[in-house]
Design a protein around this ligand. Sequence first.
Ligand SMILES: Nc1ncnc2c1ncn2[C@@H]1O[C@H](COP(=O)(O)OP(=O)(O)OP(=O)(O)O)[C@@H](O)[C@H]1O
Ligand SMILES: [Mg+2]
Length: 446
Amino acid sequence: MKRILPINGPSRKSEKIRIRELEAAVSSLRAELEEARQALAHERQLKTGVTEELGEYRNYLDRMISERTQQIQRVNRDLRAEIMRRIQMEKELVESQRFVSRITDATPNLLYIYDVITNRSIYINPRVGSILGYPPDQVRRMGNFFFQAVLHPDDARVFDRMKERFAFASYKDILESEYRMKNVSGEWRWFLSRDVLFRETSGGQPHLILGIAQDITERKKAEEELSRSQEQLRVLLAHLRSVREEERTRISREIHDELGQSLTALKIDLAWLAKRLTKDQRPLFEKAREMSHLIDLNIQTVKRIAAELRPGLLDDLGLTAALEWQAEEFQQRHGIRCEIRIKPEDIVLEREISTAIFRIFQETLTNVVRHAGATKVAVSLVRMTRGLVFTVKDNGRGISKKQITSPTSIGLIGMRERVTFLGGTVAITAAGGKGTTVRVVIPMAT
Ligand SMILES: Nc1ncnc2c1ncn2[C@@H]1O[C@H](COP(=O)(O)OP(=O)(O)OP(=O)(O)O)[C@@H](O)[C@H]1O
Ligand SMILES: [Mg+2]
């Protein structure tokens, strides 16, 4: 800033100078003032800008704070909900643990988790003691090796086998095994276990197995008893059949030989008598002729009854001849065509098998007449590598599934029974409206 000089004396020149100087000072002051005003205006402008900026910033901060507050409130709410959920879950877990432990207490079965890698039981329910009769401290002493201590030597690999089977199973699969365990009195008890995969290794191999094993000893005993008595029944039935067959053979022969021979003798005697009759004894001659005719009929009846009881052909010429005779006889008596194919022709079979097939043939033919309404029957007896295959096929109305399996179909049951006893199978099929097929397969040593 320029300095203002003091006014010395009232000289005109100096006054002018003084005035000029004053004017210069005034204009300098004015310039200075202007400068200051501009600076002030600039400052004011700046200040307004800053204030505006500050205002915006404050607004921004306010917005941020409100957003943050909302966020925090939200998180708080979620957290509270999560805490509540956890508390509920914990409650449920405790409840479900209680539930599981009540089940393991109450179940009459053995419940276990078995580690198939280290071969140890990880868990066995306390029931094991009462199921097998071991006191709790003994069960504790057996520890992880409980199964090793009680498993039957023949079933010792049961968990190894489970491991192998689970390697190909999924979590959904339930595998069943049967094994024996020794109870406290040294008795072997049978158990049926249903096992599932509980955990796999990181490599996807079976690791822990969860199983429930049920004592099935009584059921096993009952099954064994049942199959023993079924076997006995089967043997008894076979014995009865063979006795009946023997009896039929004997009666058939007696009727055929004894009765047949005496009828033939009677016929010869009658002829001898008739020859001795004179011409005036015509009525007696007629009577003798009638008697001879009656004797012929009787001879035929005797032959038929004997053959029906047991065709001599079956024993004398074998199954092939007997089947052919039966087919011919059937065709003539009922007018139903019966074609028969036997391969090889000279098939030779044991008496037991021949009889079974012959009787099955008779039963199927009777069924055809009684139920099928057929016009044709095709029969075949073929020796194959898998055994003897005997088939009777008709073109009748066909048999229903219900009739095939009905417990009242005694004829069919008898047929199956005969074949089962010989180790074979019977398949009865109906091709909707195209008739019925009975197929018997009897395995034979080659
Ligand atoms: N060839 C067939 N065609 C159609 N239905 C048949 C045939 N064979 C059997 N059936 C049906 O199967 C049922 C059972 O036959 P099954 O031989 O066991 O008994 P059944 O002939 O009725 O009596 P039986 O004990 O005297 O033999 C018959 O009642 C019949 O309905
Ligand atoms: Mg029948």
